[in-house]
Write a protein that binds this ligand. Structure first.
Ligand SMILES: [Zn+2]
Length: 202
């Protein structure tokens, strides 16, 4: 992966034709309570929705993933709603000023969070993969993917038909996993985590 320094994640941008289409389209049906996108198939379709970012950060910090218990749901929610993080890579670059905006975090708790974050940087590959929260990838599936494919770097190069050979992965999920690695924000997250020192090659 490249070594250029990146401080800010670029948000996904609407292509001009999508912006025009959205302008003329009359949205109908229930909306996401957080970002007011129109709900599709019972879920908010906005990948940058603070609710989804909160879920991602909470997954990242869970014991089966990177194990950062000091950073719980209330903190993750505020970080997402304030737009301070869009993915876990950004957690590691938060400044004291950013943390000061999070309500209910004492100086002791912040020390604890930062100690736990430091300690999270050499995870098992399957725990790291689980923390990346790929569609359909549970803790068990993360273990299976690492056993079958080898490393997160190898997963990035894997084609959907190879994923489909793995027990528990159907055609739709194979394509979703393949697509996850091609998404701009996910690629940005991997790049940032790589620069922080996370290992994707083992
Ligand atoms: Zn939403």
């Amino acid at each position: 992966m490249g070594s250029t320094n990146t401080n800010m994640t670029e948000r996904r941008m609407l292509l001009p034709f999508q912006a025009v289409a959205n302008f003329f389209k009359k949205p109908s049906g229930p909306k996401c309570p957080e970002c007011v996108s129109v709900i599709i198939d019972d879920a908010c379709p906005n990948l940058d929705c603070p609710l989804k970012v909160t879920e991602w950060i909470t997954r990242w910090c869970s014991p089966e993933a990177l194990n950062i218990p000091g950073l719980g749901q209330p903190e993750a929610e505020q970080l997402a709603k304030l737009g301070l993080v869009l993915h876990p890579g950004e957690l590691y670059g938060l400044s004291p000023g950013d943390w000061a905006r999070i309500e209910g975090v004492s100086a002791d708790q912040l020390d604890e969070i930062q100690r736990q974050m430091e300690g999270s940087k050499s995870p098992k590959p399957s725990a790291l993969l689980h923390g990346l929260r790929l569609p359909g990838v549970s803790a068990n599936m993360a273990k299976r993917l690492i056993e079958e494919i080898g490393s997160i770097d190898s997963l990035q190069e894997t084609k959907p038909n190879r994923f489909q050979e793995i027990d528990g992965i159907d055609e739709a999920m194979a394509f979703e996993v393949y697509r996850w690695f091609r998404d701009s924000v996910n690629k940005q997250a991997l790049k940032m985590l790589d620069q922080i020192g996370f290992n994707f090659t083992d």
